[in-house]
Design a protein around this ligand. Structure first.
Ligand SMILES: [Zn+2]
Length: 462
């Protein structure tokens, strides 16, 4: 079997692996490259294999860097099927149309401003391509073998990273009636986080493709729940509005859960809370409905008629008109909005309005990548440019760390530690090179493994 790393090779976006076995080809994940322009340009490259001859795609989870290139693949002639878990399908119904909208908006904006090298600037894909991609989704339940092609089958294992996230175990028949397994970790989740069931440990395989996002980092021992509580208490004393930029999927739901828990435990008073993100609102509904994926505590709460991610003090503002009404809001109140790194979305309108007032507080609850407005704000810049206007930063800007959907270096090793056998070959993917080198050293020291770190575009025979 040949495996080509078409994305997430020594980088963290664009997850895409092409498998070629005899005359059959399939892809595991079909993600979009994100971040700086040189990354995004890679989204325009042709695949080394004709899309119409790809037999199937298997998706590990709904994050756009694992699924967002699917409409482009469909646009180029891919006819499906696309296998994923049922909750991943539900989240993709929210995510892919939004991704298409962003592509169309960017092309429109580039044409308006005339800054594209292409005349006219075109979107990578359109809403119709996203709709066509959604039609190809074929949900496959967790833990059940499914034939990908005669002689090759796969099974999805719970990964706890976000709702529906899975690892893919692929099994092929080899000569002599033997079977070989390849295990794609997808993005590895964490133990002990609210709402979702725990990740299933790695069982062992012949070949392992392991993500390495946090291969060189630890989330630390700090308790994000306690830090969130202290930060909100301090914010209440200032008397203003509390703005929380958050990713619409997973982080928003985890945050709502923690806020509810703090109120129930008497650590915080009940504060009017607004979820001002159309995607966040839809994702919260998908999370609420995914009963089979809830952990024991979440199930117990729902059985007691309490939805901790949709508590009674939460109001949602799906329309732009409802969102604008929040401008008249006087504190105390919490507004949760996207995007999580303040790179776009409704949070920008709120920041523009609220940053100049020292009574307000902005709480970042996730990693802020270099070059984002979020990063500039947490680094304490005295003014930021929003929608072409310089806005003075007088509000208190803070960061609560420790909330992450990704296993850190220690948790990755923990996830691997319950295996029944060692892999013969390990490939590190989905990580910056320095993080991958650090993880390779740890895997060697702890388990005696000698992982390879394939480059983008590299093909290995497994
Ligand atoms: Zn992910």
């Amino acid at each position: 079997m040949k495996l080509s790393v078409l994305g997430a090779g020594r980088c963290v976006t664009g997850s895409k692996y092409l498998l070629e076995w005899k005359k059959f080809a399939a892809m595991i994940d079909c993600g979009l490259f994100q971040g700086p322009a040189e990354n995004r340009r890679r989204n325009w490259r042709r695949l080394p294999f004709p899309p119409k001859h790809i037999g199937a795609v298997v998706l590990t989870h709904a994050h756009i860097d694992h699924s967002g290139w699917l409409p482009r693949l469909v646009r180029q002639g891919f006819k499906g099927p696309v296998y994923c878990t049922p909750p991943t399908r539900d989240l993709l119904r929210v995510l892919l149309p939004d991704a298409a909208h962003i592509q169309e908006e960017e092309a429109r904006y580039a044409n308006e401003k005339g800054y594209s090298k292409h005349e006219p600037a075109l979107p990578l894909f359109r809403a119709a391509d996203a709709r066509a991609a959604l039609k190809l989704l074929e949900p496959v339940p967790f833990d059940v073998w499914h034939e990908l092609h005669p002689g090759i089958r796969f099974r999805l294992h719970r990964q706890g990273h976000i709702l529906g996230a899975a690892a893919v175990e692929l099994e092929t028949k080899v000569s002599g009636g033997d079977r070989k397994t390849v295990y794609f970790s997808g993005d590895v989740g964490r133990y002990g986080v609210p709402i979702l069931k725990e990740p299933e440990p790695y069982p062992g395989s012949d070949v392992l493709l392991l993500e390495s996002t946090y291969g060189d980092r630890f989330h630390g021992n700090g308790d994000p729940r306690a830090a969130l509580c202290d930060t909100i208490r301090a914010a209440l004393e200032r008397g203003g509005i509390i703005l929380i930029p958050a990713f619409a999927i997973d982080r928003t739901q985890e945050l709502l859960y923690l806020l509810h828990e703090l109120v129930v435990d008497g650590d915080l008073p009940e504060i009017p809370t607004y979820l001002d993100s159309p995607m966040g609102i839809e994702a919260t509904a998908v999370y609420s409905r995914a009963l089979a994926e809830h952990d024991i505590e979440m199930r117990q709460l729902l059985a007691d008629q309490t939805n901790p991610i949709f508590p009674s003090n939460l109001q949602v503002t799906p329309t732009s008109a409802e969102s604008r009404k929040l401008n008249a809001l006087k504190g105390p109140a919490i507004i949760i909005s996207a995007s999580g790194m303040a790179t776009g979305g409704r949070i920008l309108h709120h920041l523009k309005l609220r940053l100049p007032d020292p009574r307000n507080t902005v709480i970042f609850v996730g990693y802020q990548a270099e070059g984002t407005k979020g990063r500039r704000l947490v680094e304490g810049e005295p003014e930021v440019k929003i929608h072409g206007e310089w806005i003075p930063v007088k509000a208190n800007v803070t960061q609560v760390s420790g909330l992450s959907a990704h296993a850190d270096a220690g948790e990755l090793l923990l996830w691997l530690s319950r295996r029944e056998r060692d892999p013969e070959a390990v490939y590190l993917v989905h990580g910056e090179y320095h993080a991958q080198q650090a993880l390779a050293e740890r895997l060697d020291a702890e388990f005696g493994w000698k992982p390879s770190i394939p480059e983008l575009g590299e093909t290995v025979t497994i």
